[in-house]
Design a protein around this ligand. Sequence first.
Ligand code: PMP
Length: 454
Amino acid sequence: MSTESTLTTQEVVDITRTTNYGTWRFQKGWNPMHIVDAKDCTITDAAGKTYLDFSSQLMCMNLGHKNEAVIASIAKQAQDLAYAMPGYATTARAELSKLLLEVLPKGLNKFFFTTSGTDANEAAFKIARMYTGKTKIIARYRSYHGSTSGSIAATGDPRRWAMEPRGKQQGVIFAPEVNCFRCPIKHTYPQCGIACADYLEHMIRNESDVAAVLVEPIVGTNGVLVPPDEYMPKLRKICDEYGVLLIADEVMTGWGRTGKWFAMEHWGVTPDILTTAKGITSAYVPLGLCATSEKIGDFFQDHYFAHGHTYEAHPMTLAPGTATINEMKRLNLVERAADFAPYVQERLEAIKAKHPSVGDVRGKGLFWAVDLVKNRTTREPFNTYADKVSGKPLLVDQIAGKCLAEGVIIQAWVSHFVIAPPLIVTKEELDHGLDMLDKHLAIADALVEADAPL
Ligand code: PMP
């Protein structure tokens, strides 16, 4: 056991499920696993069973568990200075800010530190609105930007529905997502000429009062949707032409996950605002960041910056941020993710060739999706979002359950799997996780062959 608690595992599970909300689910049937220990890419449950974590625990723990340097930074910061009001300068704040200037895309040099990805996005929306004097945010369907009022309103996927119309914020409008596998406007790349970006331009032209366009550079939970190479440069040009800010939500794609420090670097595009969280501390402590351009920073020299939190720039979150970045550099983790990509792609292509239920594999770095289809021609998924939010059992969860029973944690989502192990993963671990998925995809193949959808 990693704690001194006298609670039994049954008590831990029962207290948790009766007194806490299980999030993004019906409460009925929640039976959380009791995790007691973790090291590198593995976690251990109370029965002593060890699991390979092929998801980095929500695509966060890029450094894996029990990184000595990060642990030491937390202990030292707690000893030195656990908290200071955000109006003060602290060494932890200056150290991380200095390092961020080095690793963030050049030109993003004014920072607001938060405690999650959600509130980093909330800050971005407010900053964009204050700076431009405009209101509307164009987000895209099949996107996720967080769970609080503004960020859930900007989320294109149906997790938003439970809040509508009560939680609907004024001013968010949705453009079509970039999804070349299931194009929402029924085009085919490259003949389309990136019509989805043209449509977004059409929206800006026909709307008034647009402050910003908000994108996940590679859409995360909603399917690891990698845009064609032309999309981001085209979007940058459109935003510049109409004086609209470009916000890149790199909460999931930042910190080496895609084989670059930040995914926007794949296309040489610098956003006006970049938000991030998760990998910034490898999830050892909750830290988010909203980074803006100098131009935006300068604006607030003589305009009131009407934003802030008690826990903003909390020293206990910033020191491990510095330690995480230093560890990523020491271990060459960004390069490591990039170097693994061709091998993962090769293995996933082989899995696709073998399994009729796999319609598409796509990704970058150590961030991939395996997309299941009932039928390769129609590309119809086994389940839809409507199934998920109505509590219907999902085929991907059944397959992930089989993998879990054999000691591999794989993130399943609606009708695809996300492959996102910690960036310290070894080739043997990669093979083990992929072999496990390969094995249990037989369940989906059988449904394709029997033409008997779930
Ligand atoms: N944006 C994206 C792209 C995300 O993936 C997430 C979380 N999965 C968020 C925002 C919200 O971050 P958090 O859960 O830290 O609030």
